[in-house]
Design a protein around this ligand. Sequence first.
Ligand code: FAD
Length: 292
Amino acid sequence: MKISEILNQKKPSLSFEVFPPKTTTAFDSVKAATEKIAELHPSFMSVTYGAGGGTSRYTIEIAKNIDKAHGVPTLAHLTCVSSTKDTVLDMISRLRDAGIENVMALRGDIPADVSGADKSLWTYHHATDLIREIKNSGADFCIGGACYPEIHPESSNQAEDIKYLCAKVEAGCDFLTTQMFFDNNLLYNFLYKIREAGITVPIIPGIMPITNANQLERAIKLSGCFIPQRFKSLVDRFGSDPLAMQEAGIIYATDQIIDLYANGITNVHVYSMNKPEVAEKIQSNLSYIIGK
Ligand code: FAD
């Protein structure tokens, strides 16, 4: 099923993100965790793709398993930076052969050690280049793209970031999923600005439940997102007690999601990080709201 059809249903729904194993030995445990999340029958599940190889080789396998074994529509991520045209075209045909209907088209992070000379040899410099490649291939995917309520760390200002986001949507994005954020007002301000810029495709807010203090540090390092004092106090108070921190993080994320639904957002994507217990608790906290 295409994600655009799910988004058109215009009723509150919830989706989860998982990541593929980094090693062959971790494959079975990751597969089992993703299956447990699939048993919750979320509206869809996304499977990430490691930039520059790494975890990328299992993305299709995990996504296909979720779809075929559990009937949950999947969204397979695909990055393009530093990939050759042959690799990208091969991935597009493998995704199609696996029956996957939804692709999240991403640039990926630029490797730290790359030189300007290396970059000049690349075929793909931005997610927009990948979206055009997918469209040119003739494959009929529903295509998602990433967006950043607090701007992408490489952008010098929000106007520039939104200008490139408009180009990404024009290239063929059917929906956009946001980077994590911990203050919903940042999302509402962003929505106002992108709608004003003419972007009309559905926006899926991405919510990261922070269930331990180290995870928060990683999240800030990765995205540079703003942490409200209310959330900092919670980590200060419960960060050293794993179960209390997990409970508090799930409730904070649930509170953010309820506020989003209350303000007209229909689909929320949860960065569930292969944690079935977190996905299950969030979904059950919202059972009457999403009708599950
Ligand atoms: P782009 O859309 O290409 O944007 C990157 C930067 O380039 C921005 O600053 C943008 O403003 C600028 N830009 C865009 N077009 C142009 C242009 N034509 N000229 C000049 N500047 C331009 N990473 C992974 O490795 N695997 C994943 O599975 C993964 N999933 C993600 C899912 C979501 C929802 C999000 C938000 C991020 C994800 N990432 C993933 C991280 C992502 O790869 C990084 O944030 C990466 O740095 C940017 O990817 P992008 O697709 O947003 O890039």
